[in-house]
Unconditional design. Structure first.
Length: 582
């Protein structure tokens, strides 16, 4: 192919033998392609090579000069190919006609990309070839109206004095309930440009189902990232000079000290967006290049507070709810930060809640406000720690207590004392597996015989991304994968005939990721006599695992496989978040 391409370039008078020899030597020494060497040495222009490939492959050439690299208006082409997918694969929709979509791409010989575009759009694909630089430029122009922040950045700020402008505008932007109303347009005035920039960042993040917003200043650049379904994605960054103003705006909304830039600060505020109340948790931390801002978006409208929608297998849900219905005892849910433990415990409390019992929670922070349940925010700076709050709870006549996290021996002992005195206590621990909660609690000073008598259930959870229902593709995995699924899922072989595996693809509805939302996978162990005897005798994990197997329950990997064989998630996702011994 390279030889034929060089022949075309020579026929067009764009290349000679001397230049070809020089580029060939450079290609061999540097390990890059001959095409890249020709451009790197300035021997042939990128457009000349693109035109030569167009002739070689008989694919139409698109550029700004021939007015083809300009997408048709009023055809909603961005609905066919979303911005992220277009940028990652260097493709640009041009026009749709008679069931065919014209797409400019840098490599029209990539049949896999063309097939994927067919599946995503449901249309036949007519490829055009264009140079990388022109595609990048055209992408910026085409998707600019989809990037709300880019439009605001392009505006000239009327006033760089942010503080006065923000303070004057707060009253205008508040809803009747006193929340920031993102559905209202920002009126003019000092600081309006930066207020609008903050509003657009929040709107865009919420529109994309982001759980966190990261704004960070580096030496030469600014990074704005959204965390969507557990992964961080770069977004159009505000200019460097606007970062301080943006952070000041967020600080005022959160009632933080805008003059304090040397110490970390935490706060929160609420907004109205599409007639929903959304709470945001704010963390500002000083770094060597300036302050870093992280916003956690707590959207009650999207939270899975129904225990049936969390991801429990039927037996796991039954075991968990039966343990939560006990009059007293300890229930521990383990997993890393961000694995959904708080959401699970809140859903369980909502499910078991009855007017006849008194429910109290002690959290840091209170992320979801639950009706009919007394919730207390931990404030260590004034002495309201988990342990201190738990001691005061016992004088409030509670029946069920939720403790956000057991972090130290004092809190562990307070939880144990509450369970032994006739209360049901639910809490979380940071361990890799459910059964790991036992040695961790013993390390914190809990006596094994007291733990054995009070522990009712231990569970662990992870989050796996759910395959997008609009674009997931069925496939037949390798025999080795099927054998691994059969072995690790602990499912009977007779069910193998009903298994259906899917893999991620990518479409506009899932922003090209192939996934849409997340579900939890669990391991849930009810503590039976065999486990109690083992806890009393040893803290060895191997022995504890053997005892937990006697309950008939299964581990995280098995739970993951059970979702993969039903097409809920992908095999790759299960293998990435679990290990064989979990």
């Amino acid at each position: 192919m390279a030889k034929k391409l060089t022949e075309i370039l020579m026929e067009q008078g764009k290349l000679n033998e001397e230049a070809l020899s020089k580029a060939t030597l450079h290609s061999q020494q540097s390990g890059i392609s001959l095409q890249d060497s020709l451009m790197a040495l300035g021997l042939v222009r990128e457009e000349d090579i693109t035109i030569a490939i167009s002739k070689q492959l008989s694919v139409p050439y698109a550029s700004r000069e021939n007015n083809i690299l300009i997408p048709e208006k009023d055809q909603n082409l961005s609905d066919y190919i979303n911005e992220r997918y277009a940028r990652e694969n260097l493709v640009l929709p041009l026009f749709e006609e008679d069931g065919s979509l014209a797409v400019a791409m840098n490599d029209p010989s990539n049949v896999f990309l063309i097939d994927n575009l067919k599946m995503m759009t449901g249309l036949e694909i007519q490829p055009f070839i264009a140079s990388k630089s022109q595609i990048f430029s055209a992408l910026d122009n085409f998707y600019a109206n989809k990037d709300m922040l880019k439009e605001v950045i392009a505006e000239d700020p009327e006033d760089n004095q942010i503080v006065e402008g923000v303070q004057e505008s707060l009253a205008e932007l508040a809803s009747p309930e006193g929340k920031l109303d993102l559905d209202k347009e920002t009126s003019g005035g000092a600081g309006t440009h930066y207020i609008k920039m903050v509003n657009v960042i929040l709107r865009q993040a919420m529109s994309e189902r982001a759980s966190d917003i990261h704004l960070e200043l580096f030496d030469e650049r600014v990074s704005l990232r959204f965390r969507i379904d557990g992964s961080l994605y770069e977004r159009t960054s505000p200019p460097k000079e606007a970062v301080s103003a943006i952070i000041s705006r967020i600080k005022i909304l959160s009632k933080l000290d805008i003059a304090e830039k040397r110490l970390p600060q935490d706060g929160s505020f609420a907004v109205k967006f599409h007639n929903r109340t959304i709470e945001l948790r704010v963390s500002v931390c000083p770094t060597v290049f300036g302050e870093k801002l992280v916003l956690r978006i707590l959207d009650k409208g999207t939270g899975e507070v129904n225990v049936d929608k969390l991801g429990f297998e039927p037996r796991q849900k039954k075991d968990f709810l039966e343990a939560a219905a006990l009059p007293h005892g300890l229930i521990f849910l383990t997993g890393p930060t961000g694995s959904g433990k708080t959401t699970t415990l809140n859903a369980v409390l909502t499910t078991i809640k009855t007017p006849e019992l008194n429910y109290m929670t002690l959290e840091d922070p209170v992320e979801y406000k639950l009706a009919g349940i007394s919730q207390v925010q931990v404030k260590p700076q004034i002495g309201l720690t988990f342990a201190a709050g738990l001691r005061s709870f016992l004088r409030q006549d509670p029946d069920v207590i939720l403790v956000g996290e057991v972090r130290d021996s004092e809190t562990a002992e307070a939880c144990l004392k509450a369970a032994l005195t006739g209360h049901l206590v639910l809490s979380t621990l940071h361990t890799n597996e459910a059964i790991g909660a036992v040695p961790r609690l013993i390390d914190m000073g809990i006596e094994p015989f007291l733990l054995a008598s009070s522990l009712a259930l231990v569970a662990a959870q992870r989050l796996v991304r759910v395959l997008c229902p609009y674009c997931k593709v069925p496939y037949i995995p390798t025999p080795e994968t099927i054998e691994q699924a059969l072995r690790e899922s602990q499912l009977p072989e007779r069910e193998k005939a009903t298994w259906t595996f899917f893999r991620a693809s990518g479409c506009p509805k899932c922003s090209g990721t192939g996934y849409q939302g997340r579900k939890a996978i669990y391991e849930v162990f009810r503590v039976n006599e065999a486990m109690r005897n083992t806890i009393y005798k040893t803290r060895d994990l191997i022995e504890l695992r053997k005892a937990s197997i006697s309950t008939g329950a299964w581990n995280l990997r098995a739970s993951g496989w059970r979702k993969a064989v039903r097409g809920i998630t992908s095999v790759e996702e299960v293998l990435s978040v679990t290990t064989a011994d979990e």
